[in-house]
Design a protein around this ligand. Sequence first.
Ligand SMILES: C[S@@+](CC[C@H](N)C(=O)[O-])C[C@H]1O[C@@H](n2cnc3c(N)ncnc32)[C@H](O)[C@@H]1O
Length: 274
Amino acid sequence: MNPGPVSDHRGHGQAEETRRFRQRNVEVEAAFFLPLLSRGMTLLDIGCGPGSITLGLAGRVSPGRVIGVDIDPVRIESASIAADDSGAGNVSFQIADAVNLPFDDAHFDAVFANGLVEHLPDQRAGLAELKRVLKPCGVIGVRSPDWGVALLEPDSETMRASINLRNRWQHHSGGHPETGRRLRRLLIETGFADVSAGASAESHGTDSGAAEGARYMHSILEDPALALLAAERNWANADEIQEMRQAWTDWSKQPGAFASFLWCHATGRAPSDS
Ligand SMILES: C[S@@+](CC[C@H](N)C(=O)[O-])C[C@H]1O[C@@H](n2cnc3c(N)ncnc32)[C@H](O)[C@@H]1O
């Protein structure tokens, strides 16, 4: 399901997240954006994580320059190592905050963000900053999960309660679990032109895929910060969280276990007079 971290300051589970993010690639996560890219473009990947998608984007726009930025120094270090290993000469990584980017106005031909917008407390301010660094008519592509939609087979109230708990936690941390459905509206309200949106499902439909889904939910439910907050707010006690964890384990072992989650994407252009 790979929705990204509930909050970007939590340490527990980060290794698991980084492992999952490394499996992402330009052909899947950026498929919706590739038709808008061409060789020679300068591109910014914001909230690039360990950089697996960024490196793929660099291959698509080469010899154009690509910069990956992330607020988390650990992720930038890991992305820089991956870039060195890949030998890509047109990509670099640096630490930066999406809402206060260290780039001049109208610097990039393209801006991309996978799994970022849902983490920005002020999403409109963040998108306005992305628009600022785009050249007039430059292209933007954003992609975020929508945690308001989940297919579960077999369905389970306890698993749904765990998704609800995860969403409350993300909301409490300043994030927005139902960002996916709002991306088109957010881009239009920020002043982008030619905005269109779509969605794709990320599914767990094999034994190993179901185990992976359960492992991801475990990494959330085992976070001590979640346990503390849930107890403090009376959202769930330790026993209930343990039941949720067990429900995911039991689900993943059932023959025919299936889960599917929605990711939405939107593209647009900076206005010609920006
Ligand atoms: C769900 S991960 C996605 C990583 C990568 N784009 C991918 O899809 O594999 C979200 C990333 O956004 C970063 N992030 C969160 N808030 C940020 C901000 N304000 N500025 C820059 N990066 C941010 C996090 O550190 C994290 O690496």
